[in-house]
Design a protein around this ligand. Structure first.
Ligand SMILES: Nc1ncnc2c1ncn2[C@@H]1O[C@H](COP(=O)(O)OP(=O)(O)O)[C@@H](O)[C@H]1O
Ligand SMILES: Nc1ccn([C@@H]2O[C@H](COP(=O)(O)OP(=O)(O)O)[C@@H](O)[C@H]2O)c(=O)n1
Length: 217
């Protein structure tokens, strides 16, 4: 088996825009290869929640920069981080250089585990793990992503219109792609996987084939 070039380990980087299906694929890849998985979006969501809970304005970069070095990951229930508003707030703090740099070490530590790791986010293949052996950039049209998120949020009991979610997704795409620090973009050596017309099982099969090809390459 050929693994992470530098350390003999397989690291899988999964990036992509909101509701493209990257978390679903990353989780399934982690199960398939029996590797630990980190959803890095949750870290930005935790910082956003901590900033708001401390009573700061979400645009307060100084407050967010101070919180990023002290926040306690175990203090947040995952379910409380998945909502629509926290996703929006996360993309605001994620554009702040102090927040991004404050989260780099813990992500790289996770990726450095001896058994390898799967991480998903926006900048895993470009900034956090540029040496990752396998990189996927997962996409889908904004309309397909909005429909998926709409269904997901409805399942959580969160009322929102399809049009409202589509507007959220477009705004978040623009903010994530337009920021100067670690913008959302595919790494040069990433394989693009468009899931617009794929079922979850079809997308998983393609993702495994892509990773297997990288392991063999
Ligand atoms: N290929 C797919 N077809 C249909 N639904 C999907 C597909 N991939 C993911 N989903 C669903 O879309 C929603 C968003 O997927 P998720 O993996 O959380 O996206 P992301 O991590 O990119 O935000 C979830 O409810 C998930 O079950
Ligand atoms: N590696 C990452 C992960 C998330 N993020 C930011 O965090 C926000 C929430 O990320 P997420 O992955 O939880 O969001 P979804 O794609 O699940 O909607 C994104 O809109 C990005 O602004 C980032 O900048 N870098």
């Amino acid at each position: 088996m050929t693994t992470d070039a530098s350390k003999g380990r397989l690291v899988i980087a999964v990036d992509g825009p909101a509701a493209s299906g990257k978390g679903t694929l990353a989780r399934r890849l982690a199960a398939h290869y029996a590797m630990p998985y980190l959803d890095t979006g949750l870290l930005y969501r935790m910082v956003a929640r901590a900033v708001l809970e401390a009573g700061h304005d979400i645009r307060d970069a100084e407050a967010a920069g101070a919180i990023v070095s002290t926040f306690d990951e175990s203090a947040f229930a995952e379910d409380s981080l998945r909502g629509r508003e926290i996703g929006e707030a996360a993309s605001v703090v994620a554009a702040m250089p102090a927040v991004r740099s404050g989260l780099i070490a813990r992500q790289r530590r996770f990726a450095a585990q001896s058994g390898g790791a799967v991480l998903d986010g926006r900048d895993i293949g470009t900034v956090i793990c540029p040496q990752a052996r396998a990189k996927l950039f997962v996409t889908a049209t904004p309309e397909v992503r909005a429909a998926r998120r709409h269904k997901e949020l409805a399942g959580r009991g969160e009322a929102a219109t399809f049009e409202g979610i589509l507007a959220d997704i477009r705004r978040r795409d623009a903010r994530d792609s337009g920021r100067s620090d670690a913008p959302l973009k595919a790494a040069d050596d990433a394989v693009i996987l468009d899931t617009s017309a794929l079922t979850i099982e079809e997308a998983v099969a393609k993702a495994i084939a892509i990773v297997d090809a990288r392991r063999a390459g």
